[in-house]
Write a protein that binds this ligand. Structure first.
Ligand SMILES: Nc1nc2c(ncn2[C@@H]2O[C@H](COP(=O)(O)OP(=O)(O)OP(=O)(O)O)[C@@H](O)[C@H]2O)c(=O)[nH]1
Ligand SMILES: [Mg+2]
Length: 317
């Protein structure tokens, strides 16, 4: 048994430090995934994965902190993956997570992991997905992903979730416009946080209007709930809605469907990465550049070039 096997086994048997190490390993060295994932895959699939996204400083961590408390009262084990935004407004997000979820950091059944977006762009949704897998295999019942709703990468990240919560806050002028269209579409539940601030009703109305305009994809009507991230019991309605959504997913069969879609995406990603990596083992980048030059000079077209490469490409796998 090698040391990685020992690490995996130690993680599965409940060692938190090993869990942290496994997540780091998969984050920094994607080739380790092809060794780790096969050993943990059969132990995953049990957790309810919740994605929570919204503008910087909208109170995501504060709301997550409240949700953790409700789940812990139920005796459920919770994992959190908080994506540290590169946003200049919230440079100290990791510190923010620590402060906001302070009381849970000492709870052995809560595992909070912050991930930096810096440097790992592109691979971030993959790294998040792998961290979720590790937490799932570790035995977490609830896994929450917190990410700033800023662009396509964030949309990809929360797509891993069974239930997606989109947070907005009042008094941002045209609040809803700040929610990117792509994010609006993936919301299963909309939370208006800082509902103690003036303008909460207006914010709800705006979201409702946006939802009425958007094409309904399922028979689930996304509820819009108020949350108070600064109050002890400020996210009870959200917590209830998450439960309702989970029940809906299971009963309607959408749970299974969503998971198949997710596995399909992952499978295609792995295949794509694999083909690409192997591509450079059968044809060098210099050769590709040379071919590009020929195509640019109109001596050949891309399809002709690929046809000629076929004998080499057959060795790709
Ligand atoms: N008035 C009011 N303040 C709130 C509420 N919820 C959170 N806050 C405050 O808003 C600030 C930001 O809260 P966070 O929970 O760190 O927000 P976040 O969205 O996680 O922030 P980033 O992760 O940095 O994007 C903190 O000062 C909170 O105390 C609320 O319901 N009402
Ligand atoms: Mg936060």
């Amino acid at each position: 048994m090698n040391s990685l096997d020992e690490l995996i086994e130690s993680m599965i048997s409940g060692n938190r430090r090993s869990l942290g190490k496994i997540i780091t390993l998969m984050e920094n060295d994607s080739s380790s995934c092809s060794y780790i994932i096969p050993k943990i895959h059969s132990k995953t699939g049990k957790a309810h994965i919740i994605g929570i996204t919204g503008p910087p400083g909208s109170g995501k961590s504060s709301v997550v902190d409240k949700l953790i408390s409700y789940y812990r009262n139920e005796g459920l084990k919770v994992g959190v993956v908080a994506i540290d935004p590169t946003s200049p407004f919230t440079g100290g997000a990791i510190l923010g997570d620590r402060i906001r979820m302070k009381k849970h950091y000492t709870d052995k059944e809560v595992f909070i992991r912050s991930m930096a977006t810096r440097g790992s762009l592109g691979g971030l949704s993959e790294a998040t997905g792998n961290a979720v897998k590790a937490l799932d295999a570790f035995g977490k019942d609830i896994i929450i992903i917190e990410t700033v709703g800023a662009g396509q990468i964030e949309v990809d990240i929360v797509k891993v979730a069974d239930t997606v919560i989109v947070i907005s806050v009042p008094s941002m002028g045209d609040s809803v416009q700040t929610i990117k269209a792509g994010i609006m579409e993936i919301g299963d539940i909309f939370a208006v946080n800082k509902a103690d601030i003036e303008g909460a009703e207006k914010c709800i109305m705006e979201i409702k209007m946006m939802l009425d305009l958007s094409e309904k994809k399922e028979d689930w009507v996304p509820p819009i709930v108020k949350t108070y991230g600064n109050l002890e019991d400020g996210a009870i309605e959200l917590y209830e809605s998450i439960k309702e959504h989970h029940n809906y997913l299971i009963k309607s069969g959408h749970h299974e469907k969503k998971r198949v879609i997710r596995e399909k995406t992952e499978l295609l990603n792995i295949l794509q990465n694999m083909f690409f990596k192997n591509l450079y083992s059968v044809i060098s980048e210099i050769e590709i550049e040379e071919l590009a030059r020929i195509i640019a000079k109109r001596e050949k077209d891309p399809y002709m070039v690929i046809q000629e490469l076929m004998p080499k490409l057959k060795n790709l796998m």
